[in-house]
Design a binder for this molecule. Sequence first.
Ligand code: 6GU
Length: 274
Amino acid sequence: MRLDVVTIFPEYLEPLNVSLVGKARARGLLDVRVHDLRHWTHDRHHTVDDTPYGGGPGMVMKPEPWGEALDTVLASGAPGHTPRILVPTPSGSPFTQELAEELAAAPWLVFTPARYEGIDRRVIDEYAHRPDVAAVHEISIGDYVLAGGEAPVLVMVEAIARLLPGVLGNAASHRDDSFAPGAMANLLEGPVYTKPPEWRGQGIPEVLLSGHHGNIARWRRDQALTRTAALRPELIETTPPDALDKHDRATLEHLGWRAGADGRFWPPEQDVEE
Ligand code: 6GU
C-alpha cells in the first residue's frame, strides 16, 4: 500500500518510522511519502493561510498550495492508479473499524491534514470531481477538537496498517478485535493476565489456570459482556438478539438487564436522586 501525507509539519509524522508502521515500511509492505506543503508556495514567507471570506476568527488554508501539491502527488502514481483522499476534519464522518477495513483494501491513500480553521472548500470540491481520484473522504476521529489533522493521520494509519496482510504476526490477532466488522456483537475485550501467577498479593482468576478451554471462553465472554454493559451500554442495546446465546442472556439478566419484546436488552433503571 502507498500512503502520501501532505502537511506543514512533516516532523509531526516521524512516529510513522517507529514500531508497527515503521517495521511495515522497512519490510516493504508500506510505501509512505511525507510532503511539506510549503514546498508548493512561491512567496518569501511560504504563506499557506489567509483570512476567511465573510469574517470570523482564525485563518483558512489557501487553495493554491494544496492544488499544486495534490496535482504533483496524483501525477506521481502508476498509470491508471487513483488514490482515495482522506481529509481529517472534526466536521467529517466518524472513523470506524469498518472504514479502516475498507481502506486497508485500497492500494493508495493520500492524507491532507490541515491546521487553522481548515482548507478552502474549493480544494475538496475540486478533487471530489477529478477522474484521477477514486474518492474523497472527510473523516473525524471523534467528538472533540484537535489543533490539526496530523495526530488523526497517525491514528488512522496505525488502525489501517495493522490490518494489512503480513503486518501483524498472526491473522487471528484482529479476528477478535472489539470492533471487528461482521462480529455478531461488538463487545469490549475483558482483562488479560500473564506471569507471574501472583503479583503484589493479587492472583490470577482460577479458570484461566484450569486448562478447560470451554470454561475459559465462557468466562472471557462474561467478562466482555460485563465490561461492555458498564462502560458502553449502547453497544449491548444495539446487539441483535441472535448474537446473544442463552448464557449471554443469563449473564445480562444477572447484571439487571432485561429483554424487551423484540429480544434486545435494556439496562437496569437508574435511581433518580430526589
Ligand atoms: Cl480529523 N481533525 C481535527 N482537527 N480535530 C479532530 C479530528 C480531526 N477528529 C476529531 N477532532
